[in-house]
Design a protein around this ligand. Structure first.
Ligand code: PHE
Length: 342
């Protein structure tokens, strides 16, 4: 068949095939059928080699012109299809900025965090600085330097998790007192919040809980300073009408030692379930820093005196928020936690 004839035939095929083009995918398929490496037009061009030499230039021209015509045809269609497809995509992806968004449930601060931050801000207002000691302590800082040598009966007051003969999980933030006094000369005024560990587990005790330690060392510090400062603390945390009282107690690292009660903020001191009818609630342990502890840290007890106090953060949170089981503070149940949203 003569080339002109063949071209006409293919041209008709192209015209009819392009009618079927509905997408970029079908465009590519149909385009390949004619212009691909093994496509109809490419084969025609290949056959040119077998044509008589004198016909080749004219045939070549005609064939190339035909190929160009086909290419332009497809490129026009391609432009049209691309535009249609893009318009379709845009209309599908149209964003209605007036549609209400998905509201993600937001969290709330844990009651422990709330109390810790409140305590920190009360004491920071009185000029205390924060010191955070390590949770893994050695025997010296947790006990010995706090006037509690190995054979001391007071070691039984706290059931200790030992990691080795010398290392343990600190049972009290009091360990931080020693770390501070060893490194800093008075005046000292630090607040030390942190986790502590004891092998203890019931409704009001957990193997891990948090304490807040306070330590003040300077010339002329007395038990009155401690009492005055605790009065301010109790009023700020539990309410303006709350009173404090000191009861004699015992800690190896303080002398004298006291237990601090606040008047019941629930019943005003008349007696209720919270204060077990006594009108008072125990909130912390405290005392004047024992001379032996000061001496051990290289501080002259004839020149300087100090007081220390330590409280359980969970206990304060439970009292303040009326939480009756400590486990609630560790379960992470959002129904419980979201009640503390401000
Ligand atoms: N460390 C004591 C305890 O955990 C509390 C305390 C701290 C007592 C500081 C006196 C002074 O029970």
């Amino acid at each position: 068949m003569d080339v002109q004839e063949k071209i006409k035939q293919i041209e008709a095929q192209v015209e009819s095939a392009v009618q079927d083009i509905k997408s970029s995918k079908s465009l590519l398929e149909i385009k390949m059928r004619f212009l691909g490496k093994t496509g109809e037009i490419s084969s025609l061009l290949k056959n040119l080699r077998d044509a008589p030499a004198e016909q080749r230039p004219t045939m070549g021209k005609v064939l190339n012109a035909f190929r160009q015509w086909t290419e332009e045809k497809f490129s026009d269609i391609e432009k049209r299809i691309k535009k249609i497809e893009l318009d379709k995509k845009y209309s599908q992806e149209k964003l209605d900025v007036t549609v209400p968004g998905t509201i993600l449930p937001d969290g709330a601060y844990h009651p422990n965090t709330l109390i810790r931050e409140e305590l920190v801000s009360v004491f920071a207002g009185m000029g205390f600085e924060i010191f955070e000691g390590p949770e893994i302590e050695n025997d010296y800082y947790n006990f010995t330097a706090l006037n509690t040598p190995a054979d001391h009966p007071a070691r039984d007051m706290q059931d200790t998790f030992y990691l080795s003969a010398d290392l343990l999980l600190r049972t009290q933030t009091s360990a931080g007192q020693i770390r501070v006094m060893e490194n800093k000369k008075p005046p000292i005024k630090i607040l030390s919040p942190g986790k502590v560990y004891r092998s203890d587990d019931d409704a009001t005790h957990s193997p891990m809980f948090s304490q807040m330690e306070g330590l003040v060392v300077d010339k002329g510090i007395t038990l009155c300073d401690l009492k005055g400062m605790l009065d301010v603390f109790a009023k700020k945390i539990f309410g303006e009408d709350v009173k404090t009282r000191l009861r004699p107690s015992y800690f190896p690292f303080t002398e004298p030692s006291v237990e601090v009660d606040v008047s019941c903020f629930e019943c005003g001191g008349k007696g209720c379930r919270l204060c077990k009818g006594t009108g008072w609630i125990e909130v912390l342990g405290a005392g004047m820093v024992n001379r032996r502890v000061l001496e051990g840290c290289g501080i002259d007890p004839d020149e300087y005196t100090g007081f220390a106090f330590g409280m359980g953060i969970e206990r304060i949170a439970m009292l303040k928020y009326g939480i009756n089981n400590m486990k609630l503070l560790f379960e992470g149940d959002t129904r419980f936690l979201k009640q503390f949203k401000d």
